[in-house]
Design a protein around this ligand. Structure first.
Ligand code: ZN
Ligand code: ZN
Length: 157
C-alpha cells in the first residue's frame, strides 16, 4: 500500500465516503462522471498503471472487466453493446493506481473531447490492452525505464 495514494486509501476502506462494492477488487463511482454510469474498478494491490502490466496480468484485467460489467448490470444497464471499458495511459492518468474506467451508455459519454476516445495515446480499451500485454513477458531483472522503452516499441503505431 502506498500511503499517499488516494485509491489505496479507498481500497483499504479508510475513505468512508467511497462506496466499496466488492472484496478482492474494489469498485466505486467516478467523482467526475462522464456518462450516466461511470465507475472505477481497481485492484487493492497498488499497481501504478497499465504500463506496469505484462502477460501475468491478463487474468487480472479480465476480472476487472467482468466486475465492471457485473456492476453495470446490477445498476440496470441492459444494452451491454453500448458500454466503454478502458484505461488511461501515462502521462494521461489522474491517479497513479491502476483503474479501469467503466462507462455506460457509451453513446452518452459527455466528456468526449480527448479523455475517452478509444485507442488513442491517452485511452486504451480493455480488450485492446489485454491483447497487447498477452505476449509481453519482460525480463524480471529489467529496470523500469528499460521496460517502458520496450513497451512503447510494441505499442501499435
Ligand atoms: Zn495505490
Ligand atoms: Zn483514469
Amino acid at each position: 500500500m502506498d500511503e499517499s495514494c488516494i485509491f489505496c486509501l479507498i481500497a483499504s476502506g479508510q475513505d468512508k465516503e467511497a462506496e466499496v462494492i466488492k472484496q478482492d477488487l474494489v469498485c466505486f463511482r467516478d467523482i467526475c462522471p462522464a456518462a450516466p454510469h461511470h465507475y472505477l474498478v481497481i485492484p487493492r494491490k497498488h499497481i501504478q498503471s497499465c504500463f506496469s502490466l505484462n502477460r501475468r496480468h491478463v487474468n487480472l484485467v479480465e476480472r476487472m472487466a467482468q466486475m465492471g460489467k457485473a456492476v453495470l448490470q446490477e445498476q440496470g444497464i441492459t444494452d451491454m453493446t453500448d458500454i466503454m471499458l478502458g484505461f488511461h495511459q501515462p502521462p494521461f492518468i489522474s491517479v497513479s493506481h491502476l483503474h479501469l474506467h467503466v462507462l455506460a451508455p457509451a453513446s452518452q459519454i459527455t466528456d468526449f473531447d480527448y479523455k475517452f476516445i478509444p485507442n488513442t495515446p491517452s485511452f486504451v480499451e480493455e480488450h485492446s490492452l489485454r491483447r497487447r500485454i498477452q505476449n509481453f513477458d519482460p525480463d524480471p531483472g529489467a529496470n523500469q525505464s528499460h521496460l517502458k522503452l520496450l513497451f512503447q516499441k510494441i505499442l501499435p503505431s
